[in-house]
Design a protein around this ligand. Sequence first.
Ligand SMILES: [Zn+2]
Length: 503
Amino acid sequence: MTLKLDELGVPFIEGGWPSSNPKDKEYFKALRDVSLSYSKVTAFGSTRRKGIPAYKDEGLQSIVESDVEWATIFGKSWDLHVTHVLGASLEENLEMVADSIEYLVGHGLNVIFDAEHFYDGFKANKEYALKVIKTAAEAGASRVVLCDTNGGTLPWEFVEITREVLRMFVTPLGVHCHNDSGMAVANSLLAVVEGVFQVQGTINGIGERCGNADLCQVIPSLELKMGVKSVSGPLKKISEVSSYIYELTNLKPNPYQPYVGKYAFAHKGGVHIDAVLKVERSYEHVDPASVGNMRIIALSEVAGRTAIVAKAKELGFELDRNSEETLRLLNRVKQLESMGYQLENANGTFYIMLLEELGLKMDWLKLISWKTLVEGKNGEVVSESTVRVKVGDRVFHEISEGDGPVHAQDMAIRKALVESYPEIEKVRLINYKVTTVDVHPGIDDKTGTGATVRVFIEFSDGQETWATVGVSPNILKATKEALLDGYSYYIHRTRLSHSQRRV
Ligand SMILES: [Zn+2]
């Protein structure tokens, strides 16, 4: 993660809190063998505990032992927190701030001081909040960061308070905004307009409660719209960094995330698609490539011929806007969408339709019959599937058990195909999703167990990913449809020669 952030070139990475757990301590040990090109790693911690001198505080000691040049420590700046949470006197808290910073500076560290709850503190007891940050600056902090820890400050008060502090302060200031009012990014950018030097945030806005300022929004806005250089690496890395962090933290990516989300540059309406293909900025606020993202032309019931042509082009086919094939495909897309298919992300299903309409679909595999049984016996459940698949002139008859009926079905189909098409060994199912479909909203709303379902499957061969969709009131039939299209896609993609694909 550190290396990835360094590739993007963020100035500072808060590496961890070495006194809070052994893993973070290990991290700083491992860091000694790593050389970074752009980023500086800081060790995190808090001001010393009350009632003891700084040199006896384990937290501060372990920051020193981390062997880094920069430390970030947080301290209280809201009187309420000092007296009611920390249980210290206002005076002692000031001493804790001063002692801790002096101790770290005395050990050769540069200190970033995070004034926790500064904005709430300022509103409650302005004089004291200011005293805290003044104390930090006088003790030798290189930077003082004003934190909106509860994320409740709205932009106009945020600007007012930040401006007032900037006017009376010479130490470089930073801000740290939480997103509890949905303002973290807006407040961070406003702070920069006011003259703040540092913005703290997280990739994808991951953080406590509603999260922190999302750097994937802050950084592109600074770079592309405000002319502020904030990272030293290439900005187009940011989409990659975003998905890398989702992957690593095992969180689901937000497709609607500004700049880096999958749908950030997806166009669906026919009118939008026509326009964006003529003049890109007609429906795009920045060039998707500038942030390493991609334009998506989505197929849907409101798409037109342009969308069909553009989508086919993505798959390597040149279609004529006015050809019969294009019109037939458009009609098929609209018809399937009205039946509950959702083709906008199912490029595999569209590919198969495209081959069919162009007369390029080979009869390389054909499912003759299938049967799936689920049997419950003595508390055990067994799922078994049988398929008969015709591959060329041969018919393969395979039986397979699975962890469930869908799994059994997949195993049986794979078994039948693998001898003739060994490449499908590489194919993995990376997503399987079932949704109920409202086919005729308001007319025959069939819900519950009798509902029509849409099965969406995503496949990967380790390099490319593709997706297919199947629809039926029978979940196994919908699955079978999506599975077959998915394998058929891969077999055709790998075996159709390039010349055949150009029409
Ligand atoms: Zn925070």
